[in-house]
Design a binder for this molecule. Structure first.
Ligand code: FCB
Length: 453
């Protein structure tokens, strides 16, 4: 067996990511809670319910788990509807509860990264149109000012919005997320508001806390043509990539909202990222299909033989992360992998998925890509939006009836990586032996590959 170690730079951040609605429980005053009560919205009729009971205080035991297993950071989000239950009415006890949570993280050596908006909106704002409401941008800025003033002594790393493209397109372009508007023009309007809201929040945070680092967690999905020789498939993959992965990050650089038929300059949006937050999960094949106008004439699928997660939701495609990091580097900003993980209750795939993706991060770092940290999704199984509890992304499993946590083997694998600040062949041999040869090859190729030069 090859003995080799892939070491990460000193000070590298190792953690996990969570989102308020997915872990807190009893978030009764937001749009997702209302959505969950509607029949047919969530797979198997699941509801977030008590979730992981973090609002009941179980964040403390989960932070213990994270800290005891070598993690040094945690990404969490704030629930806007708790802090501002009605327009401009503040619940300071909710803000205090977050102060406790953040202090609890710091006391355990977990440096917090805080997301201001992770999918949910207060009900009062959703009722006014959500991301299409005429006052959504000033509302988000007001909320940002309130929480940053109240928490900035504890937080220096802010994510304004999680996956704005998904919020706009799943919520306003189709029906997966509330409000399920199903209109492409509305999705583009929502995307525009999200960019303006981010810009306003970015400026507000810097005014209050000049030293803060502010970014967005962008969902960067890989899209590749189903048939490399097909110009139409290639074109579809290109359109998807531009729209879903590139539009938002580019907009925050040059202030230009250029998506499908829209092309306009957005004031206050250019140059509003201090770091690039990158959520990466998988790569999808794209085939041109005339029967799917609603999906921009693209059929997305995983190829036969792909290494699929148990429900077929994700394919293990680590090279896609390498490509995403290489692309993100062009922004000239520090990069954090703000999410990456796989749904896998039996923990059969997670160890090799984790190892293969970390190898890509390591490769990127070694060619000078400024990756500063990695947040695995997630610490403990949590409520997976429209897929309810059918998908289990946690390092720890969760029994929603009893709130008992179950330690999956990946807990120990990740702990060894975090503690060593490295991934070694010896660790892979123990936790993901099936991936050893591909990650740490013991033999070179048969011959010099003159074809590939
Ligand atoms: C991302 C979301 C996160 C979680 C993972 C699996 O798109 O940001 O909340 O649901 O997917």
């Amino acid at each position: 067996m090859v003995r080799a170690t892939m070491s990460f730079p000193s000070g590298f951040l190792w953690g996990t990511a969570t989102a308020a609605h997915q872990v807190e429980g009893d978030n009764t005053n937001n749009d997702w809670w209302a959505w969950e009560q509607e029949p047919g919205r969530i797979l198997a009729g699941h509801r977030s319910g008590k979730a992981c009971d973090w609002w009941g205080g179980r964040w403390a035991e989960d932070f213990d788990r994270a800290a005891e297993t070598g993690q040094n950071t945690h990404r969490l989000s704030l629930e806007w509807s708790r802090i501002e239950p009605s327009p401009a009415v503040w619940d300071d006890s909710a803000l205090d509860a977050y102060r406790q949570m953040l202090r609890g993280a710091l006391e355990r050596g977990l440096m917090p990264m805080v997301t201001l908006q992770h999918f949910t909106l207060p009900k009062w704002l959703a009722e006014r149109g959500g991301w299409l409401a005429s006052d959504v941008v000033p509302s988000f800025e007001r909320f940002t000012r309130k929480v940053v003033s109240g928490l900035m002594d504890l937080v220096g790393l802010w994510v304004t919005i999680n996956e704005p493209f998904l919020v706009a397109f799943f919520g306003y372009g189709s029906h997966e997320f509330p409000p399920g508007a199903g209109s492409l023009p509305k999705a583009l309007d929502a995307l525009r508001s999200l960019a303006l809201a981010h810009g306003a929040a970015y400026r507000a945070i810097h005014e209050l806390q000049p030293g803060a680092l502010v970014g967005v967690a962008h969902h960067i999905r890989g899209y590749v043509p189903a048939r490399a020789a097909s110009p139409l498939d290639r074109q579809m993959a290109r359109i998807r990539t531009r729209l879903a992965s590139e539009t938002f990050p580019r907009m925050l650089t040059n202030g230009r909202f250029a998506a499908l038929w829209r092309n306009e300059h957005l004031p206050g949006v250019a140059g509003t990222q201090d770091f690039f937050g990158l959520n990466y999960y998988t790569v999808e094949r794209c085939a041109f299909d005339l029967r799917l106008p609603g999906q921009l004439f693209t059929r997305g699928f995983y190829p036969p033989g792909a290494d699929l997660s148990p429900t077929g939701f994700l394919a293990n495609e680590p090279e896609g992360l390498g490509r995403a990091l290489a692309w993100a580097r062009r922004f000239g900003l520090p990069i954090y992998v703000t999410e990456n993980g796989v749904e896998d209750p039996e923990d059969r795939m997670r160890p090799r998925y984790l190892a293969a993706h970390l190898r890509q991060v390591w490769k990127a770092v070694n060619v000078g890509t400024p990756v500063r940290g990695y947040y695995h999704w997630s610490l403990v199984d949590n409520f997976e939006w429209e897929r309810g509890w059918t998908q289990r992304f946690g390092l720890w499993g969760l029994d929603t009836e009893t709130q008992a946590r179950q330690r999956r083997p990946s807990v120990d694998f990740y702990a060894e990586i975090c503690r060593a600040n490295a991934l070694s062949s010896e660790m892979v041999a123990r936790y993901a032996p099936e991936a050893l040869e591909s990650l740490f090859p013991s033999h070179g190729p048969e011959g010099l590959d003159i074809e590939r030069g």
